[in-house]
Design a protein around this ligand. Structure first.
Ligand SMILES: N[C@@H](CCC(=O)N[C@@H](CS)C(=O)NCC(=O)O)C(=O)O
Length: 214
């Protein structure tokens, strides 16, 4: 397997984390999304949406979308439940992560870290309000549970963990969210856990590189 991977992306990190937990060997193909690597004709054949991560399977198929990759890799393992209701709950959190966690927490962190927004900009304020609402909801869910679904570590946790564990880099104080903090510790204690998210490169600043964002 090959993983087309941008090291500062938490969408890519989610996949690397699951691969580590499953102890699956793979080749990492670095994609500098701010140096035009996703803008080539070759990359559009791999992923028409020009995003990372993409998994190339042992059969030579290309699978984009981080959470689809998580489902593919977790199938047949304890990280993806067999029970129909639990499976649907995992899907619920995978969807929530994409629609609610990423645009708020993830989008705010990226833009603040690379200087695309200042904390007082209206878009930053709007994203932060959304992030606080997301964290409130996550904290409430975790008040009575150790993990998001079925009382055990699944890809629902891995997906939500990706950007949530770096919420402080989005300028968010985690003090009010004790249940989320305890859950972050539980995820980090799982055998095989890794955390290898790298800082954004200087070319991620506005106008400094070539990407979908510029
Ligand atoms: N929904 C997609 C989002 C992927 C995405 O937006 N990836 C960003 C990095 S986090 C990217 O590769 N952007 C490409 C670019 O800016 O050229 C997923 O979960 O995989």
């Amino acid at each position: 397997m090959r993983l087309y991977d941008y090291p500062a992306s938490c969408n890519c990190y989610k996949v690397r984390l699951l691969l580590a937990l499953l102890q699956r060997p793979y080749e990492r193909v670095p994609v500098d999304i701010f140096d035009g690597d996703t803008l080539t004709d070759e990359y559009v054949r791999i992923n028409p949406a020009r995003t990372t991560p993409v998994l190339e399977t042992d059969d030579g198929c290309f699978l984009p979308e981080s959470n689809a990759i998580l489902v593919y890799l977790a199938a047949g393992t304890p990280f993806l439940p067999d029970d129909a209701f639990e499976l649907a709950e995992v899907v619920r959190w995978l969807v929530f992560e994409q629609t609610d966690v990423i645009p708020t927490l993830g989008g705010l962190r990226f833009r603040l870290l690379v200087g695309r927004l200042t904390a007082d900009a209206p878009d930053a304020v709007r994203r932060k309000e959304g992030a606080l609402e997301v964290l409130r909801l996550l904290d409430e869910h975790l008040a009575t549970r150790d993990f998001f679904v079925g009382g055990r570590h699944t890809i629902a946790d891995i997906a939500i963990y990706g950007y949530t564990h770096l919420a402080h880099e989005a300028g968010i104080g985690m003090e009010p969210y004790a249940n989320v903090r305890a859950w972050l510790d539980r995820v980090a204690q799982h055998p095989g856990y890794i955390e290898d998210v790298e800082p954004y490169g200087a070319n991620a600043a506005p106008g400094a590189g070539r990407s979908l964002y510029d």
